[in-house]
Design a protein around this ligand. Sequence first.
Ligand SMILES: Nc1nc2c(ncn2[C@@H]2O[C@H](COP(=O)(O)OP(=O)(O)OP(=O)(O)O)[C@@H](O)[C@H]2O)c(=O)[nH]1
Ligand SMILES: Nc1nc2c(ncn2[C@@H]2O[C@H](COP(=O)(O)OP(=O)(O)OP(=O)(O)O)[C@@H](O)[C@H]2O)c(=O)[nH]1
Ligand SMILES: [Mg+2]
Ligand SMILES: [Mg+2]
Lengths: 292, 276
Amino acid sequence: SLSERLQGVFKKLRGKGKLTEKDIKEAMREVKVALLEADVNFKVVKDFINSVTEKALGQEVMESLTPAQQVIKIVHEELIKLMGSVESRLNLGSKVPAVIMMVGLQGSGKTTACGKLANLLKKQGKNPLLVACDTVRPAAIKQLQVLGANINVPVFTMGDKVDTADIAKASIDYAKSHNVDVVIIDTAGRLHIDDELMEELVRIKEAVHPDEILLVADAMTGQDAVNVASSFNERLDITGVILTKLDGDTRGGAALSIKAVTQKPIKYVGIGEKLGDIEPFYPDRMASRILG
Amino acid sequence: LSFGKKVDEELFEELEEALILADVGVDTTYKIIQSLKQKTKEEKIFEASKVRKLLAQEIYEILQKDVEPFVLTSPMVILIVGVNGVGKTTTIGKLAHLYKKQGKSVMMVAADTFRAAAIDQLEVWAKRVNCPIIKHQEGSDPASVVFDGLQSAKARGIDVVICDTAGRLHNKKNLMEELRKIRKVIDREYSEARVETFLVLDATTGQNALQQAKIFKEVADITGIILTKLDGTAKGGIVIAIKEELNLPIRYIGIGEGMEDLQAFDAKSFVSAIFQ
Ligand SMILES: Nc1nc2c(ncn2[C@@H]2O[C@H](COP(=O)(O)OP(=O)(O)OP(=O)(O)O)[C@@H](O)[C@H]2O)c(=O)[nH]1
Ligand SMILES: Nc1nc2c(ncn2[C@@H]2O[C@H](COP(=O)(O)OP(=O)(O)OP(=O)(O)O)[C@@H](O)[C@H]2O)c(=O)[nH]1
Ligand SMILES: [Mg+2]
Ligand SMILES: [Mg+2]
């Protein structure tokens, strides 16, 4: 573990008396390795190590009898600060219906996340509507319908031959005349470098002005997380992130990468395949997990 | 570009960064760069472009070492496994299409009986490539669907049976046990068939892919890897670490969502793509 590795570094430095800047830099190399192994992006790690090294050169560490513990404490605190406060509230605005749009790469967990949020909102006394705007993936509409049926939430669909922005617009009209207060729009997975498909998302956004545009990202994403997150954010100005499959054993460094490049809050995490498997994002838990 | 640039520590740091950004991982990158520095010294290399060529060659050798070509024989059972959302079901559509083009008879087995509309999804692919599909009700026992699929394939003299399975995280013990059971059924019910178990990995996955490969290999005797979503910006470099540590050959790559978007793995182009 990182604390064991840092103990090792400082142990062999103990004999030489006072700690020097060079010693701290050596300790920071261990932190760098730990973060890279946790899938935090290379450039994000560089910036993080620079800012933490500055803090670690202060008296706390240099004059401490337990420098390893002090370094861990500083790293941990910096990570938590970077990951933002617990922000699990959806900003549903004042107009009715509120609109949530889910976006992201192929297979990240969007459709399942739509079901999970619908379930959550229903338990909070809302009347949600799921909207099938994935008109390309085989049986995507059926998948959403099965999820909706499981939690007794209606699914709005116009089949797979209608333009997705038109489906989104029509779903708002349907919502207004059916006492729905939150509309959750599922979209097809797509690559952030596919201009035509990214443009489709912009058109849906302009058609229905979502209150929340949530990037659904797989927690086991590696170095590519920064490319994906910054592209989606630049095109759509996302309002938040849902990190999925955290019931796996990935360290989840993608969380730090995504937060660092977008500055947008991670609102929820997926912790399983069932519709109840969603919980708020806790920055301190994520920080501990990343450090390993 | 570093043509005519000298070989110095800055060059090795640049190459190290490229490998890390490609998800090769810290340990494997370190080993590769150390070996590269050694060779550069021994062979007295002073040109950066030559060092780059040496690095590409080194990675190529890791990927190609002891790899037997994949030959389609009949009868064959291909079991497709992997964690959630990596592209298993879509890849089966692509494989069926490829093998049919090669003149083989193919059958699909819808053994993901868990996920919403998983059977429906595979059925669409079966229609697209025009091949038979064996399925049960959603919620039924996957091992029994496989059992039925194999009986049917034997009776019909099918060349290649491809089994879809539910996505499952490798740290879920009960799901890995279910997979072990499915594998046992195949070995027991179709002993005359050659069995290939392909682990599907998503190119966007980071270091966790190594753990996935380790656990799936223990449970389901993985014989090859299919790396999907290489049409994105992720490089999938973790397969280098996987090949080095577990000697699993990469058989195919997925480069899109259509039936034709599957290619046999080509180590040379994979390596050059890492440095683009
Ligand atoms: N273990 C686990 N599996 C999840 C989680 N979220 C989603 N999944 C699974 O991941 C797979 C993909 O989920 P989908 O909801 O179909 O993903 P998607 O983003 O809609 O996929 P596309 O529409 O094809 O882009 C399914 O097998 C889900 O059950 C999670 O938090 N944990
Ligand atoms: N861009 C791209 N997308 C792919 C590729 N392979 C699969 N996909 C997409 O990834 C998403 C998930 O594919 P699936 O085939 O449903 O994945 P799966 O592993 O069967 O998912 P589960 O059964 O839920 O675990 C779909 O949107 C596919 O179209 C690929 O090579 N490139
Ligand atoms: Mg979906
Ligand atoms: Mg599937």
